[in-house]
Design a protein around this ligand. Structure first.
Ligand SMILES: [Zn+2]
Length: 329
């Protein structure tokens, strides 16, 4: 089997998996693979990705001009071309509409909280590229803002996009995005979301090198202004709070992240922060100074109309309560 025959067979297989897992409906989604020599192989338009045959594929050049194939390439090929142009390391692109990830894309909620160690290590985060009319130049433009630093994106009110060095690498990232969305949704429905602390996220980032995980950009934590001069993202924004020692921290978002925008960088201990860390400390000495002197962190809000934020450990909070009780007595 030649390399090109293998790529045809692999695209058919990945199409079956996307369809079988419900990541695409009807003729949705598209797949492409870089063949080398300035050529791409892409899925045809108007065909269910679950029922393709190897002969259906279209070969184009890097500007999308058809070189071989009886059918026409997907109308979303422009988005794939933008990726290959921006990322010489990318060998394959997968686009689908997995329902849970797409739900987040519709809600305008990026998958950027440090929830799962594996996701932090591999994808960092999954931001939302702003809405663009499918098949137009708007969508490639929206994707360009993020694709240099991310291997997985949500497309606002549309779906998801993943890239990899090879086709199965790109496909597995699509699985990871949908899995991440499913777990995030369940945690939020259960009413509690604990996230990895900033320190733990930095530790995981260090493991990328150890495990040989190729990542297009470093993680940046809790930063709103990551857009470069050109408006492109410059690092993978992950929301992970400082924890003062704990590795997991309850997440409480004060604001609703806007679609396509960097989310507000607000963390405050939730009502159950520190649960499971043992009984309340009751050291009388803990109340001997102001919260600031005892190491509480006071931060200014991230923008106009935002309340300044104060962070206390449970020990500090217990000290304050004891102090207040003594005053009352
Ligand atoms: Zn689509």
């Amino acid at each position: 089997m030649t390399r090109e025959e293998q790529v045809r067979a692999d695209i058919v297989e990945v199409g079956r998996r996307l369809y079988g897992r419900g990541y695409v409906a009807s003729n949705d989604g598209n797949i492409s693979v870089r063949l080398g020599d300035g050529r791409l192989m892409a899925t045809p338009k108007s065909v269910s990705k679950g029922f393709m045959t190897p002969d259906m594929m279209v070969v184009t050049d890097l500007s999308g001009r058809k070189l071989a194939g009886e059918r026409e390439a997907s109308s979303e090929l422009l988005m794939h071309l933008a990726v290959y142009e921006a990322r010489p390391d990318v060998g394959a692109v997968v686009h689908a509409h997995p329902p849970l990830a797409t739900g987040f894309a519709v809600a305008g909620i990026p998958l950027d909280r440090a929830v799962l160690a594996e996701v932090v290590t591999t994808l960092g985060s999954v931001p939302i590229a702003e809405y663009g009319t499918p098949s137009t130049a708007e969508l490639p433009a929206a994707v360009r803002k993020f694709i240099k630093v991310h291997d997985g994106l949500l497309l606002a009110n549309h779906g998801a996009l993943s890239v990899g060095a090879d086709l199965f690498g790109a496909y597995y990232k699509m699985e990871t995005i949908e899995h991440f969305a499913r777990i995030s949704l369940v945690a939020r429905l259960l009413g509690r979301e604990r996230v990895l602390s900033r320190e733990e996220v930095l530790r995981l980032q260090g493991l990328r090198g150890t495990y040989g995980i190729a990542s297009p950009a470093p993680i940046c934590i809790d930063e709103g202004g990551t857009a470069g001069v050109s408006g492109e993202a410059t690092c993978q924004v992950v929301q992970a709070p400082e924890s003062m020692g704990a590795r997991l921290v309850d997440f409480t978002a004060a604001g609703t992240p806007a679609a396509g925008a960097a989310p507000p960088s607000t963390f405050a201990p939730g009502p159950r922060a520190g649960a499971g860390l043992g009984p309340f400390p009751s050291s009388p000495g803990a109340a001997a100074s102001t919260p600031a002197e005892r190491g509480a962190v006071l931060r200014e809000g991230g923008g106009e109309g935002r309340e300044p934020e104060i962070r206390l450990t449970y020990r500090q909070l217990a000290g304050l309560i004891e102090e207040a009780l003594r005053t009352v007595r």
